[in-house]
Design a protein around this ligand. Sequence first.
Ligand code: DC
Length: 222
Amino acid sequence: MPEGRNRAFVIAVDGPAASGKGTLARRLAAHLGYAYLDTGLIYRAVGLALMRKNMVRADPGAALQAARALSLDDLDDPELRGDDVAGMASQVAALPEVRAALIDYQRRFAQHPPGKAKGVILDGRDIGTVICPDADAKIFVEASVDTRANRRVKELRERGVTAIYARVLEDMKERDARDRSRSVAPMVPADDAHSLDTTNLDAEAAFQEALEFITSQNMSDA
Ligand code: DC
C-alpha cells in the first residue's frame, strides 16, 4: 500500500478481444510493480465449467452455480485460452446474476491486492464503468475489427492451431455485438477513460502512450 493512502492505486484497462489490452495491462503491471487480474479468465472459467458438463448454451442456473463455486486455481487452466471457451464466456457474461456473483471477487482483488502490492491493474470490459468506477486511471483500448481478427489468427497459428480468417472475423463480430449490447454492464468506454486505438500501434508504442497517460493522472507513484 502506498504510504499515506489507505487503498491501492487502481488502473482499469477495458476493451474488446485482441485489442491489445491484455498485453498492455500485463506490461504496465510489470513496469509499475502492480498486481494484475485478467477478469476475462473469470468468465472463461465459468464458461469452461459448463462446457465440461457438455452444455453448448449457457444455462443460467448452472452458470450461477459455477460462478459461486469459482476458485483462484480455476484461472490457471490452459484450456481457458481457447476460442470455443471465449464464445461460452461471452454467453455467461451476458447473464446479470452471473455478473453480480462475480463483482465482489473482482473488487476484493482491487482493494486487497495479493502480496500487498501498491496498485492493481484489472483488465476486462466493465472495469472502469462498473467494477471500479473510482479507478485512478482508466484506459479503453480499441482497434479495428479486421486488425483484431488478423492478430487473433496470427496468435492461433503461432500456437499451432488451424485458423481461418473469415471464421475468426465472424466469431469476433458476434462476440463484440453480444458484449456491447447486453443489458447489464455492456462493453462501453467510461466517460473519463483515455481512448487508446492500437490499430496502427505496436505493443511498445501502445505501452508508451498508456504510461504517459497514467503519469499525467496525478498518481504520485506511477
Ligand atoms: O477478455 P476475454 O476475451 O478473455 O473475455 C472473454 C469474455 O468474457 C468476453 O467475451 C466478455 C466477457 N467479459 C466480460 O463480460 N467482462 C469482463 N470484465 C471480462 C470479460
